[in-house]
Write a protein that binds this ligand. Structure first.
Ligand SMILES: *[C@@H]1O[C@H](CO)[C@@H](O)[C@H](O)[C@H]1NC(C)=O
Ligand SMILES: *[C@@H]1O[C@H](CO)[C@@H](O)[C@H](O)[C@H]1NC(C)=O
Length: 215
């Protein structure tokens, strides 16, 4: 009986691991992305191993603060498969986010990854919203971490007098990001005003005002 129960547990665990996996598991040591290939697959096809070098696994782009001189006062610099081809099929990536005074990384989701941030310096008000609209938020400081579960709306805002930057880790080679304000009000072609007016329960003039403010 114990043997059968153990076998069932193993099967259930295996199923659970399969169910909760994010990026699919790899089938070889490395599969450095060949971003020049015309072949489209889920991810990128592999570069010929004879052409693979250390540079494919290396990136300096998050060593310095990003330029936060923009409307929101924040800058996300990705360290993902798009700038580190060696990450292809490995299921992880990082990003650095820098914040100007009161800068905001606005509400957004990552469709393919849970995010874990580590505050490099400063102090941020961060939060996420569950699908039942419970708002989970906290002020996090230098050296602290916070988690944003996969697919849930979340944001980070600089609330300290000190320079603020975070390092983010993702369980996807390319987590993807969709900002709500940008997606709804700056898409191309535009989402019709009447759809947004009805969704937000305001008149179309207010939708037009938001659209102009964001474009
Ligand atoms: C990889 O490149 C080497 C050297 O150019 C070549 O001999 C080999 O056939 C290539 N492999 C594939 C799968 O294209
Ligand atoms: C947030 O960080 C920037 C630098 O990244 C800093 O100059 C600014 O004072 C901080 N903002 C606030 C409100 O403290």
């Amino acid at each position: 009986m114990a043997g059968i129960n153990a076998a069932i547990v193993v099967v259930l665990l295996a199923t659970a691991v399969g169910t909760f996996a994010n990026d699919p598991d790899m089938l070889q040591d490395v599969c450095v992305a060949d971003q020049t290939s015309d072949i489209l697959v889920n991810g990128f096809p592999c570069k010929n191993m004879t052409k693979v070098t250390a540079e494919d696994f290396f990136f300096t782009g998050i060593s310095k603060s990003g330029d936060t001189d923009n409307l929101l006062g924040s800058k996300v610099t990705g360290a993902n498969v798009l700038n580190i081809p060696g990450l292809n099929t490995l299921g992880v990536s990082m990003a650095r986010v820098d914040f100007a005074p009161y800068g905001l990384n606005p509400p957004h989701i990552h469709p393919r990854a849970t995010e874990m941030i580590y505050v490099l310096k400063g102090e941020l008000f961060v939060g996420f919203i569950t699908t039942s609209n419970k708002f989970i938020s906290k002020v996090v400081k230098t050296g602290e971490v916070f988690i944003f579960p996969k697919g849930l709306a979340h944001f980070q805002k600089n609330v300290s007098k000190k320079p603020t930057s975070v390092l983010a880790a993702f369980n996807s080679q390319l987590p993807g990001a969709q900002q709500f304000a940008a997606a709804l009000f700056t898409s191309s072609p535009a989402v019709p005003n009447d759809v947004l007016a009805q969704a937000f329960n305001v008149d179309e003039h207010k939708i037009e005002m938001i659209r102009e403010a964001l474009n």
